[in-house]
Design a protein around this ligand. Structure first.
Ligand SMILES: [Zn+2]
Length: 294
């Protein structure tokens, strides 16, 4: 990240190091992608100002921080990211920011990461149980920075966690009738969700969302769908739908979305989408798919 350091030195030369943070008493927070921003906001409420570094709808896998991102973090109070497995650029941002008073939360701290063929799986937030751990890590940071409002943060946390737990129960109940719990997805992002409920995911392209499926990957997916008599397969809105459309046509399966929530856009949010609503929709779609093969 030499380039970033050079750009950053230029910014400091132009603006002066350690620009004073604004006089607002709100905690100034920088987050990486959508889920981190939502978690930061629901607990922080009106005591925090949350700025997301990834552009609207941006892909958390294939992101490179800009000099503006680093300049922002240089004046912030708190930086929240999911894990070094996903935001491999996080440590560079933190170091390049030169912000000595910056607190950092790695939200996935304390979560046991799942090992797969490619390494450690970064998609921890897609488990409702893990989400609770991530929220607790954020809560603890807020209480440390702004202990006067600890009760406020705690009650926001309690309220949100209650909703997570209710939804977790809905998953248990919704999936209970199904013995066969196989799903076919494009990008291998749902291991933590699958682990919670004994679902088996077969992915077409593997763990990163980079790159299109190869002919071999498509053929292997088609063979699997045919042999397992899968009736519904899942695409991700942020990826190229064509690959899954091709597979759906070839296997005469139905195509439904399954979202990682990572790149929810402000348009989606304005239309009422958030972490819980998308996780609810994911449940509905999984239940629909499993119903066809049980
Ligand atoms: Zn992903």
């Amino acid at each position: 990240m030499k380039k970033i350091s050079i750009i950053l030195s230029m910014i400091f030369l132009l603006t002066g190091c350690n620009a004073p943070s604004n006089d607002s008493d709100k905690i100034e927070i920088y987050t990486t992608f959508y889920v981190m921003s939502e978690f930061a906001r629901v607990i922080g409420g009106d005591h925090v100002v949350v700025t997301q570094l990834l552009s609207d709808g941006g892909d958390a896998h294939n992101y490179e921080p800009t000099s503006q991102n680093i300049a922002n973090v240089a004046t912030g109070d708190l930086f929240i990211y999911n894990s070094d497995q996903l935001e491999h650029y996080a440590q560079d941002i933190i170091e390049s920011s030169g912000n000595d008073r910056l607190k950092v939360v790695m939200a996935a701290q304390g979560i046991e990461l799942i090992q797969n063929d490619h390494g450690l799986d970064p998609h921890t937030w897609l488990s409702l149980k893990n989400a609770k751990i991530e929220l607790k890590n954020i809560l603890d940071a807020y209480c440390e920075i702004d202990n006067d409002n600890a009760d406020y943060y705690q009650s926001n946390y309690d309220e949100y966690v209650q909703e997570l737990e209710d939804l977790d129960k809905s998953y248990e109940q919704g999936l209970a009738p199904f013995v066969n719990r196989e799903i076919v997805v494009e990008h291998e992002a749902f291991a933590y969700l699958c682990a919670d409920y004994g679902i088996v995911q077969k992915s077409v392209t593997g763990i990163t969302s980079e790159g299109e499926a190869t002919a071999n990957q498509i053929k292997s997916a088609v063979d699997y769908i045919n042999s397992e008599q899968i009736k519904v397969i899942f695409y991700q809105e942020e990826l190229n739908e064509k690959v899954m459309q091709t597979i759906a046509q070839e296997t005469r399966t139905e195509l439904l979305p399954l979202s990682t929530i990572a790149s929810l856009s402000s348009e989606d949010v304005a239309a009422g989408s958030d972490y819980l609503s998308v996780m609810r929709q994911n449940l509905e779609n999984i239940v629909y798919a499993l119903d066809q093969i049980n």
